[in-house]
Design a binder for this molecule. Sequence first.
Ligand SMILES: CC(C)(COP(=O)(O)OP(=O)(O)OC[C@H]1O[C@@H](n2cnc3c(N)ncnc32)[C@H](O)[C@@H]1OP(=O)(O)O)[C@@H](O)C(=O)NCCC(=O)NCCS
Length: 142
Amino acid sequence: MSLSFRNLGEGDLNQILDWEESCFPGETWTEKMIQTHLEFHVAFGIGNPEIQCYALVCETPWEIEIFRIATLPNFRKQGIAKQMLENLFQKFPKKEFFLEVKESNEPAIKLYLSVGFLELERRKKYYPDGSTAVLMKRNPIE
Ligand SMILES: CC(C)(COP(=O)(O)OP(=O)(O)OC[C@H]1O[C@@H](n2cnc3c(N)ncnc32)[C@H](O)[C@@H]1OP(=O)(O)O)[C@@H](O)C(=O)NCCC(=O)NCCS
């Protein structure tokens, strides 16, 4: 079943803060960071009708960078993040997609590989906790 996909905006700020607490414990973005993101960049949610997965995304004329994607804990392993990514690829069919992910985040890396991302490089000591980042890229559909 395809889930409804929509832009998130200022009115979703408090919800996004709650989702951050559930999905990134100890690594949440602050209210200011999310507010700034919503002001200058884009955010999407998917769910039916309540949002089950969200993504914070930066669009430039050439590429899309995915800063954040998370499925709320109760909805994981049902293909929802995959649907979110497929929606993003359809929305921006001509753009290259980039993202960075902790090399220890096996569920996320498997998800990204399953939708066509390839590893570009690894950056050691990239995150504040000293862990390594995997930089990944997906080429446009067209
Ligand atoms: C990573 C995350 C977004 C995956 O969301 P999800 O909705 O559960 O993912 P999906 O159900 O769409 O899974 C799609 C594919 O990803 C992989 N995957 C997802 N969860 C996995 C897990 N726990 N273990 C191994 N592979 C996993 C599988 O390849 C899966 O395909 P399959 O079910 O056919 O095997 C989710 O675990 C999450 O929100 N994690 C916390 C936040 C996070 O780390 N975000 C990414 C970094 S920004």
